[in-house]
Write a protein that binds this ligand. Structure first.
Ligand code: G4P
Length: 296
């Protein structure tokens, strides 16, 4: 689902997350491992305030494993607990439970010392659209959806999902917005398919992706599209469009290359992982991203 964010939507989304915070012990925040900074909400720290938080870099199966390690080291340095997962296949899901246990230990120890009986950890999953929230909930849920609306403090019936004995998840995730009105963040999100029918032009997205790949993963383009160096490093990016369009037979009447179809095919292949495991930002680029976030 693609959501167009307007100030009213953002305020409502924020309110919905804030309302649920009082019901839970820990926030499980999903980001996309291919664009860990661009796929996070710029106001997340403010929104979740001082709730313990676990950051999951999802779709790690599509991301460059070397850069994912760099991101995990970066978050560790910042004191943010983060793990890489692949919600679609279930890779890394066990670590979610053990990490949540660490995050709530102090609170639960206090509860125990006051004689309060141990209970399951209550968690809320949050993240921007398409980051994999429903996939993760379904994977964790198996069939353990339990209706438990009559808890003290729960004014409205909430569905909780049991994950083993240790965790209960709120069944509806908190949807957050990205900062996609920023050009660079928007291009990164569009490259990975997080924004589908956006106002961003597909050809522009392909130009961004090509320039990025040329710099960081030149062999990927060479190998996938059988491209020589002259085309790959041509000053005119259109030469790369022509090469790929011709290779794939994407011609209009008159033999001209169909650039719309070329961008569509190229981005579909890239997003599906056919060009390999790729990441479109690394922690050393954060200064730039931080500036963007500060402007928000
Ligand atoms: P959301 O609730 O946060 O909006 O996201 P959702 O779970 O619907 O996931 C969005 C897409 O991402 C889905 O693809 C889902 O299968 C895919 N996805 C989720 N987690 C992972 C993962 O760890 N690895 C990979 N490779 N894919 C993942 P879809 O339903 O096929 O939709 P589409 O985006 O392909 O159209």
């Amino acid at each position: 689902m693609t959501i167009q964010w307007f100030p009213g939507h953002m305020a409502k989304a924020r309110r919905q997350v804030t309302e649920k915070l009082s019901l839970i012990d820990v926030v499980i925040e999903l980001a996309d491992a291919r664009v860990p900074a661009a796929s996070r909400n710029p106001m997340i720290d403010e929104i979740i305030s001082n709730k313990p938080r676990l950051l999951l870099l999802n779709k790690a199966d599509l991301a460059d494993p070397r850069i994912t390690q760099q991101w995990l080291a970066h978050y560790e340095k910042q004191g943010v607990m983060a793990i890489a997962i692949d919600a679609a296949s279930g890779q890394g899901l066990k670590a979610i439970i053990s990490s949540c246990e660490i995050l709530v230990k102090e609170k639960f120890d206090k509860m125990r010392s006051k004689g309060i009986k141990p209970r399951a950890i209550r968690a809320l999953i949050v993240g921007i659209p398409n980051v994999g929230k429903s996939t993760l909930i379904n994977k964790l849920a198996r069939k353990n959806i339990a209706k438990t609306g009559d808890r003290p403090g729960v004014t409205q019936a909430q569905q909780w999902i049991k994950v083993g004995k240790e965790i209960e998840l709120l069944d509806t995730p908190g949807i957050l917005w990205p900062k996609f009105e920023d050009q660079l963040v928007g291009l990164r999100l569009a490259t990975t398919g997080a924004i589908k029918d956006s106002i961003i032009n597909l050809q522009e997205v392909m130009i961004y992706a090509i320039k990025y790949l040329r710099e960081f993963y030149p062999n990927v383009l060479k190998d996938r599209y059988d491209m020589n160096e002259e085309v790959l490093f041509s000053e005119e990016v259109v030469d790369i469009f022509d090469h790929i369009g011709k290779k794939r037979g994407l011609l209009m009447s008159g033999g001209m290359i169909d650039y719309d179809k070329t961008s569509d095919l190229f981005l579909r292949e890239l997003r599906a992982g056919k060009l390999g495991r790729l990441t479109f930002e690394n922690p050393s680029m954060l200064e730039v991203t931080d500036e963007i976030l500060e402007e928000s």
